[in-house]
Every structure is written in C-alpha cells, then in structure tokens.
Design a protein around this ligand. Structure first.
Ligand code: HEC
Ligand code: HEC
Length: 192
C-alpha cells in the first residue's frame, strides 16, 4: 500500500515531494537539520543554536508553537509547517536522546563577573551556570552560542515579536539592556 502510495505521489507531478512518515525514518529527517544546526545537532555557527540534548518537551513545545503560529520565527516556521505532529514529536525525541554538548566560548574575567551578577535572578530556573534547568520546559544555556542567546533574549524583550512563555518574557524585560550580551556571554562560557 505504502509503495503504491509513494508511486502515486512520485507520478503526481514534479512539484510534489512525497512525505516521509514518522517512525519510517526520523533519522533521515533529522539529517535535514544538520546543514544549519550542525552534525548531530551540535552547532558550529554563532547565531545557530545547538539542539542535541535539549529536553524532548522543550523541543516539541517550541516546534509546535512555530507550527501553530503562536511563536514567530523567520527561519523555522515554514520549515516546521511541513512536518506532521508525529514527525515533530519524533524529531524532539530523537534530538533529546543525543548528548548536550556545550561549546565553551572564551570570555574575560570582567565579563564573567558581571555576567554572574546579571544572571542571579535566572538561577532559580536555569541553575547558576545555565546547565541545571529546574524543569523539562527550560532549555540548557551553558555552552550554547552566546550570540544566539543574545538574539533570543532580544526577542523575549521585543513587544512586537511573538513569543509565548510569560515568565521568560517577564524576566528578559526586567534586564538592563547592557546586561543582555554580558549574560549571554556568561552562559556561553560555561562548560556545565
Ligand atoms: C535553514 C536553516 C535551518 C534548518 C534547515 C533548520 N533550522 Fe532549526 N533553527 C534555525 C535558526 C536560525 C534557529 C534560531 C531561531 C530562529 O531563528 O527562529 C533555529 C532554531 C531551532 C530550535 C530552537 C532551539 C532552542 O534552543 O530554542 C529548534 C528546536 C530547531 N531549530 C529545530 C530544528 C529541527 C528539528 C530541524 C530539522 C527538521 C531544523 N531546526 C532545521 C535554522 C534552521
Ligand atoms: C521562571 C523561570 C525562569 C527564569 C527566572 C528565567 N528563565 Fe530563561 N527560560 C525559562 C524557560 C521556561 C524558557 C523556555 C521558554 C520558551 O519556551 O520560550 C527559557 C528560555 C530562555 C532562553 C532561550 C534559550 C533558547 O535556547 O532559546 C534564554 C536565553 C534565557 N531563558 C535566559 C534567561 C536569563 C538571562 C534569565 C535571567 C535574567 C532567565 N532566563 C530567567 C525559564 C526561566
């Protein structure tokens, strides 16, 4: 049946891409993310987040929010809309099983000291170095790319940008503007 269906899709026109079904080949789907997110979800680009080892709940929430339109993204909305809910859940589970691999970025003593101070309020949810989230809805920040963290903080602060998580929005808006890059670099410099 499936072969027939795929044949039908293949024959139905050049503009039609046969969907890959969840469970069939999640690994194959995951590989389509590597071009941007790095091999096995460990990013090598400063404004591109690593996604391997984030919790399945968080990954799924974010992708489903993009799909529903509740959360904005210039890069991910269209891409994720092409996947079924099952495929999204499969991708979330797949990447959650891979290890979190911090990319430790250098920061000066001064930045580290100021960053520690600026992130005291963040500790209850993210842990002192961003590596001990208090629940499954909270992403790892230690060794995540600082530039990416900075850009995300700007989105939570921007009233015109659609983000969802109320507490994180509130926390980001309470920060001094000058503390945003410092906090981001502080977390980016942490190995665990
Ligand atoms: C064309 C490049 C590109 C591709 C391909 C891509 N992404 Fe992304 N992704 C991004 C960018 C850029 C961001 C940063 C957030 C944004 O711009 O909205 C992101 C963010 C994310 C995040 C949020 C991470 C976090 O810490 O909150 C998740 C989850 C994600 N992508 C999953 C995926 C998955 C799964 C795939 C493959 C099915 C994929 N992405 C393919 C560019 C891409
Ligand atoms: C009440 C708990 C809580 C507090 C306090 C908190 N956060 Fe968060 N943070 C979260 C949650 C939950 C998310 C995921 C939100 C979402 O789904 O959009 C998040 C997401 C983030 C992200 C995005 C990471 C990514 O991968 O996209 C950054 C950056 C961040 N927090 C930084 C901070 C900083 C800096 C502070 C302190 C000024 C802080 N957080 C305080 C709970 C918290």
């Amino acid at each position: 049946m499936r072969n027939k269906l795929q044949m039908a899709f293949a024959l139905s026109g050049l503009f039609f891409v046969a969907p890959v079904h969840a469970g069939d080949n999640i690994e194959g789907l995951a590989r389509t993310c590597y071009g941007c997110h790095g091999t096995n979800g460990v990013s090598v680009g400063q404004s591109m987040p690593s996604i391997a080892g984030l919790s399945a709940d968080y990954l799924k929430t974010v992708m489903m929010e993009w799909k529903s339109g509740a959360r904005a993204s210039a890069n991910m909305t269209r891409l994720i809309s092409g996947y079924t809910d099952e495929e999204i859940a499969g991708l979330a589970t797949y990447f959650a099983k891979l290890p979190w691999t911090p990319v430790v970025q250098k920061a000066s003593k001064d930045i580290l000291a100021k960053g520690k101070e600026a992130t005291e309020r963040c500790e209850s949810c993210h842990g002192a170095t961003g590596g001990e989230p208090d629940d499954k809805d909270t992403p790892m920040l230690n060794g995540q790319w600082a530039k990416y963290l900075e850009l995300e903080l700007m989105k939570y602060r921007d009233e015109g940008f659609q983000m969802v998580h109320k507490k994180m929005i509130k926390n980001a808006r309470k920060m001094e503007a000058g503390d945003i890059p410092t906090a981001a670099q502080y977390f980016g410099a942490q190995s665990k």
